[in-house]
Write a protein that binds this ligand. Structure first.
Ligand code: MD3
Ligand code: FE
Length: 220
């Protein structure tokens, strides 16, 4: 038997009761966003009406396959000049949309459950992966203060996340991420290399073929 080209996404039914440690300071909160999924998706829709998803240019002149937008006081951008955070959306020439309350509370609560009390993100990068989209191994290094953690929320179809080491050449662990999963990492794991393998064709009841990832950061 051959694989169907559009297998349905596996569904997590419940949130786990405790964070699962993937490394010393990297934690998976399985299903932690499920209880607020509809409110979250509504907030994301509203943000994207104001600052739409777009494919940014890399400094080397390539077009990124992940479509991105941001909300919060600062937003991550890439163009021919490099990677950085800006207070204004270069597409709309207006400030990035305000970080909505359900999104912000989710990030603060998830961080606290993993030992990072008082996490106040000032930036949320929204990544949209269509089938086939990947994000190659990289470090998140554009933030001013590495003592703050990063919180990520996975929505939509499943992804295979790569958790690498401190060198690009360190063999990454492969971790399956499902709709509603939340990852928190900080401390000694803050600068680990990480990436996302190409998204397989799948169907999610709320998100169709796509995956959306939110990453909450203290950027400035
Ligand atoms: C890093 N996004 O936007 S976040 C990014 O799924 C980004 O869209 C990916 O990398 C995404 O910069 C991955 C998840 C993540 C999880 C655990 C980590 C990144 C991590 C642990 C250490 C370092
Ligand atoms: Fe990253």
């Amino acid at each position: 038997m051959t694989d169907s080209p559009h297998i349905s996404t596996s569904q997590r039914l419940f949130e786990s009761d405790a964070p699962q440690a993937l490394a010393a300071a990297t934690f998976l909160l399985a299903g932690f966003a499920l209880a607020r999924q509809h409110e979250l998706l509504g907030e994301i829709e509203q943000v994207l009406r104001e600052s739409p998803l777009r494919h940014m240019q890399t400094p080397g002149g390539f077009t990124m396959s992940v479509a991105m937008s941001n909300c919060g006081a600062l937003g991550w951008v890439s163009d021919r000049k490099g990677y950085r955070y800006t207070p204004m959306d270069p597409l709309t020439n207006a400030p990035w949309p305000v970080l909505p309350s359900c999104m912000q509370q989710l990030a603060t609560e998830a961080a606290a459950l993993c030992g990072f009390a008082g996490f106040m993100p000032d930036a949320c990068l929204i990544n949209r992966y269509a089938p086939g989209t990947r994000m190659s191994l990289h470090q998140d290094k554009n933030e001013v203060d590495y003592s703050a953690p990063i919180v990520s929320v996975s929505l939509g179809v499943d992804a295979a996340f790569q958790l690498g080491g401190m060198q690009r050449s360190d063999k990454p662990l492969r971790i399956g991420l499902q709709h509603g999963d939340v990852l928190v990492w900080g401390g000694e794991d803050r600068l680990r290399f990480h990436g996302v393998l190409p998204i397989k064709p799948q169907h999610h009841p709320l998100m169709g073929p796509d995956r959306i990832n939110l990453t909450f950061r203290k950027a400035g």
